[in-house]
Every structure is written in C-alpha cells, then in structure tokens.
Design a protein around this ligand. Structure first.
Ligand code: PLP
Length: 456
C-alpha cells in the first residue's frame, strides 16, 4: 500500500467527531443485565439513581448507535482534542520491521491521559443534573486527577479515594489533584466506615481499586448533593472514550492507511474500548481487523478470570455486573501500573471477548517496562506504566511482521504520559521490579468470593 509519510496526523479541530459511538446498537449478543443483589432481578435505573444522575443512567442503558456530544463538552474537548496520531517510524527502524506502527497520543490532555474524555462529560452531566460534589476512586492517580480537572472546569467539588500503594509511590498526582482544587486521601482511609473497618483487619494493606470504590460510594450515599463517578468499566464511560477510535479512523484516512491490528492496555477497559470499539463495529460488519487487549500477568482478568456475575467493589455495594473477574475480594500485587489493578473488566469488553471479536493477552511488568524504555529511546515520549503493556504487544506484533516478512499496520492507544510515574522506571533500572504472575492457587482462592451468586 502506498502510504503518505506523516510523522503526526493532525485532525482539524473543525473535524472533531460530534457524536460518541454506542456499540450496544451493534453487539451480536446483547449484554446480560446488571442484577440487583438483593433480588437477583435485573437492576433498573432506580437501583443506580442513588449514585449516578439520571442523564448518565439513560446513556448507560441506551441502544442508540450515535449519541450527540453536547456543545459544552465539545468546547472543553477542544482544549486538547483532536489528539495527534503519530507514526512511530523511529521505533519501526529500530525494530527493522516492515510494519507501520501508529500511536494515538492521549497523553496530551491536561491530566496527561485518556481519562478526561469521560471526566469532562461526566462532570458536565452531573452539573446539568444539579449535583454539587463528586466522589471517586483512583489507582495510579490518572483518573483522580482527570476528574479533579473536570470538576474544576464545571465548578463542582471533588473527593478522591486513592489506592494506598499508589498514594505512597506517586506523590505528584495527589498534588496535581490539589492544584485543581480536589481533596485526595489514601484508601483505605479513616473517612468512611468501610475504610476504618478494613484498616482494622488489614493495617498494612496496599489497598485496591475495589476498596477505594466502596469508600467513594459510601461517601456519596451518605453526603448531600453528592454523586459518584467511575473512571472505567461502565457502558457510558466506554462510550465517552470512543472519540479516540473515531478520530483515529479519520486520521488513518488522511494517511491513506488502514488498521490491521488495533491494541490497547486493559484495566477496567475504557482506553482500550475507546480505541477499539469503532474498529470492532467494522469487524462485526465483515472487516478483518485483529483487536488485542493487553493486561498485566499480575491481574489476568480477561485471560484467566471466568465470566461471572460479580460486584464492582470490595464491600459488595454495587449491582452485580456480568464480567470477566478475579473476584471482588482480590487485592492485586503492588505493580506500578496502578490503573490495571482492577479485579473485573467492563461488561462490554467481556461480551466482545466472548463473541471472539477481540483477543486478550497478558504481559508481566518487567517486559512492559522494557518496551516502555525502548519506546522512549526511539520516539521520545515517556509512556505511563499502563501504556507500556500495549507497547509490549505492539513491539511483539511488529517483530512477528518482520519474521513473516509481512507489511501490516499496527495502531495502538497510547493511553498516557509517564512523567509522573518515574519511580517505576527507577525500580526497573535498578533491577528491583518484580514480574508477578498470579499462580492458579491464588486465582482459585480469590474466586471463592463468587460463590453463591447467580451465573450469567
Ligand atoms: C494511562 C492509563 N492507561 C490505562 C489505564 C487503565 O484504565 P482503562 O482500562 O479504564 O483504560 C489507566 C487507569 O488509570 C491509565 O491511567
């Protein structure tokens, strides 16, 4: 294929997509409904109304294929969007591969990751619904800082429960949250009943996203004018992120290229979904694109977790979600990719995997950092530890293309910038980074928390 030689493909801001894509309109198998754990019956909008505003609940259950992006949200998106699609030609030369590698740089947002794509939308819809304050959890701090940024844009208060291990490892993100006016505490914290009781039983816990979600939900339901905001997993969150893939498709047209392989790292699944779902739509209608989600071997939800009904949080307060999961009690090893330490994964991604519209692979953190360093030494930008997992598989695919002597186009979501995650790089260079692969025994033990719940 003749391909134009771009280093970066910039989409004119007048061409920014004006609608999000909702894959629920095209899924070959509809999603199983979330269940109310008290009745085991499908959870209705009223079951979610205590924690989310109705306008977002409507998006959560919508089957409309395209949803208009409100003007007020588009105006904020234009602060950093459309984000550039880069050609990683220096990495290609280093790998001596005939493959063309593109990366969509979501690290250019004010909070340095893809997370503001949904944070800005969620803050806007909450504001419109009359909400005054949002609570949330954060792993590495990328989501917490994105929501702090978005709340500041729309004049909302923000309280962030940050997983303790990241709170200690990554001091700068909590400062960033403060700069944008939010309040950030280490989770488990003394600010909630659940946090206090968990700390009593496990004083040395590194924390987990499941625990932090429980605290943020408790704070939400016990406070006035407050709602809760989730940075991944839910249908509406994934939909807000589809602007990534929609822009990428326009940019590939400008480069006169077409994706053969699409790659993203998977925590709860939002950046991967944002990039992949518009391509998966094409795949549903006959395109041959290969879509790969990459997770850490320390938290192998898609590659080794069963598809089951499970809670989104450790205190078992959310509706039961149909998803690949390691069990809501699972506390992952303290790997540096804090955003990938989640026991479950989005129901939409679980469905897409079950229907063989994507494949899942896992990478250990040492391999991921090695790939991140190779990327930084060729392309310059320092990736977030989460993003390194996607890069590792992009490199693997590029090497395969070299070995097979095949041209192909690899597109990855470069989900975030790692300038505030340098501690992990330091550990990598000093040889102190551990690989962490979950044993079968650990997985079986962790899955015990699924017993007694309905099966999808
Ligand atoms: C840079 C980055 N990439 C990826 C993720 C994983 O989240 P998700 O799977 O929802 O994209 C996170 C989460 O915090 C992140 O900060």
């Amino acid at each position: 294929m003749s391909k134009s030689n771009y280093k970066k493909i910039i989409l004119d801001e007048k061409k920014i997509p004006k609608k999000w894509y909702n894959i629920q309109a095209d899924l070959p198998t509809p999603l199983h409904p979330p269940l109310n754990p008290a009745t085991n019956k499908p959870a209705g909008p009223e079951d979610l109304a205590a924690i989310f505003p109705m306008n977002l609940i409507e998006q959560e259950v919508s089957r409309e294929r395209w949803i208009d992006i409100p003007e007020e949200v588009l105006e904020k998106y234009l602060i950093w969007r459309p984000s550039p699609l880069y050609r990683a030609d220096a990495l290609e030369r280093y790998l001596k591969t005939p493959a063309r590698i593109y990366y969509k740089n979501e690290g250019v947002s004010p909070a340095c990751s893809h997370k503001p794509n949904t944070a800005v939308a969620q803050a806007y819809y909450n504001k419109v619904a009359g909400v005054k304050r949002l609570t949330t959890e954060t792993g590495a701090g990328q989501w917490g800082s994105a929501l702090s940024y978005a709340c500041n844009l729309f004049g909302l208060e923000c309280k962030v429960y940050m997983v303790r291990i990241s709170y200690d490892q990554k001091p700068y993100r909590k400062m960033l949250m403060k700069v944008w006016g939010a309040d950030c505490v280490a989770s488990p914290s003394n600010d909630t009943n659940f946090g206090r009781s968990y700390l009593k039983q496990h004083p040395d816990t590194p924390g987990s996203l499941g625990i932090a979600i429980s605290e943020a939900i408790e704070d939400c339901v016990t406070s006035k004018d407050t709602k809760y905001s989730l940075g991944s997993v839910l249908n509406h969150v994934l939909m807000h992120q589809t602007i990534i893939g929609l822009e990428t498709q326009e940019q590939l047209k400008i480069a006169e290229d077409k994706a053969d392989v699409v790659i993203g790292c998977v925590g709860g699944g939002s950046n991967f979904a944002g990039m992949a779902l518009p391509f998966i739509k094409d795949k549903i209608y006959g395109d041959k694109v290969n879509v790969i989600g990459v997770e850490p071997t320390a938290c192998p939800t898609l590659t080794r977790g069963p598809f089951a009904y499970d809670f989104g949080d450790t205190a078992a307060t959310t509706p039961l979600l149909p998803m690949h999961t390691l069990g809501h009690d699972f506390v992952p090893a303290p790997i540096h990719a804090g955003g990938l330490r989640y026991h479950g994964v989005a129901p939409i991604i679980s469905r897409v995997l079950l229907d063989k519209l994507m494949e899942a692979r896992s990478v250990d953190q040492v391999t991921a950092y090695k790939a991140g360093v190779t990327f930084a030494r060729t392309e310059g930008f320092v990736p977030a530890p989460e993003t390194n997992h996607a890069i590792a598989i992009a490199i693997e695919e590029a090497i395969k293309a070299r070995e097979e002597g095949k041209e192909k186009t690899i597109v990855m979501c470069w989900s975030g910038n790692g300038m505030l995650d340098l501690t992990g790089y330091e550990k990598y260079f000093s040889g102190k980074l551990e690989e962490y692969t979950m044993s079968d025994e650990e997985i079986q033990k962790s899955l015990a928390s699924l017993k007694g719940y309905p099966k999808p």
